[in-house]
Design a binder for this molecule. Structure first.
Ligand code: GDP
Length: 298
């Protein structure tokens, strides 16, 4: 909780600062509600969540006087109400095994690091994990995943640079099945510059997976960099079209003032949020605790 407080400090300062500017007129009237709504939008919560929070505050408290502290608490409660329905840890439940987790996202979003963190988390839960280097386009990506795999002691299936990602995935599923792996985590390319090509590549991976196990991929997890703010939300639209998305992991929430984008994503897309990234080390993938996050940021 202390760590999380530290990680969300800038987001909290922004929202807190914006809300602090609102009080003055003691009563919650239309003008004050306008200011609350603006403060929320300025804090990256997006127009939809800001509008909802405004309506809920108005329904519950219109005409009542509120201190700054009461206003923040009321906003935190409404943020928590938006976040609660989407908080959903990634669980290994697939039968038959392995559970196949496809991880997608643009280069630089923190995809590789998140895969390592996730593998580490599964290991701590005593699951057998296998990684697949499905981004064969970037030699650096394969190399970096290899470094993480060695560090945490999980096997990695990799192909030649420039090879066919679907064939890497094919080999990985075979190996996972043969060796009784619980969770197979697949890295994928993140070249959004060439959407058509990426779409074809991810579609082929999905086809191959589906042929080996009709339920696979069980999860398609989109990794988003919170520092991108509204742009991160646009990526949800694009990746839903390109690959389908079953859940989100938001990274780099530490040190950004744009953590409000979590609330915007929850309100606008309703996709499960599996976890949040609050730093560069293995232990920095945290469960997404909606009440804690709401209390910390508002
Ligand atoms: P990829 O290109 O999407 O695979 O991104 P990487 O996993 O290589 O991450 C890009 C950079 O972001 C690296 O320097 C990571 O250490 C860093 N990074 C990843 N997740 C987080 C996070 O939650 N917080 C912070 N501060 N940095 C992160």
């Amino acid at each position: 909780s202390e760590r999380l407080l530290g990680a969300f400090r800038k987001t909290s300062e922004r929202l807190g600062g914006n809300l602090a500017g609102v009080v003055g007129t003691a009563r919650l009237d239309d003008a004050t509600l306008d200011e609350v709504e603006d403060a929320l939008i300025l804090s990256d919560l997006g127009p939809a969540a800001a509008g909802r929070i405004r309506r809920r505050l108005s329904d519950k408290r219109f005409g009542l006087s509120m201190t700054e502290r009461e206003l923040k608490e009321a906003v935190a409660e409404e943020i928590a109400a938006i976040l609660r329905p989407v908080a959903k840890p990634l669980e290994v439940t697939a039968f038959p095994r392995p559970q196949v987790v496809l991880v997608i996202g643009v280069n630089g979003s923190g995809k590789t690091t998140t895969i390592a963190k996730l593998a580490h988390l599964f290991q701590e839960e005593d699951y057998g994990v296998l990684l697949a280097a499905g981004d064969t386009f970037r030699a650096a990506a394969i190399g970096q995943l290899g470094v993480w795999a060695d560090r945490i002691g999980v096997p990695l299936v990799r192909g030649p640079e420039g090879g066919d990602p679907a064939s890497v995935v094919f080999d990985a599923v075979k190996r996972a099945t043969d060796t009784g792996i619980d969770a197979l985590i697949v890295d994928t390319a993140g070249r959004l510059q060439n959407k058509r090509e990426l779409m074809d590549e991810l579609a082929k991976i999905r086809r191959v997976l589906g042929r080996l196990n009709p339920a696979a991929p069980h999860d398609v997890v989109l990794v988003l960099d919170a520092t991108n703010g509204q742009n991160a939300l646009n990526q949800i639209d694009v990746f839903r079209e390109v690959a389908g998305v079953t859940g989100l992991i938001m990274t780099k929430l530490d040190g950004t003032a744009r953590g409000g984008v979590l609330v915007a994503a929850a309100e606008q897309y309703g996709l499960p949020i599996h976890a949040i990234g609050v730093g560069e080390t293995l232990d920095d993938l945290r469960p997404f605790d909606p009440d804690l996050v709401a209390r910390v940021i508002a």
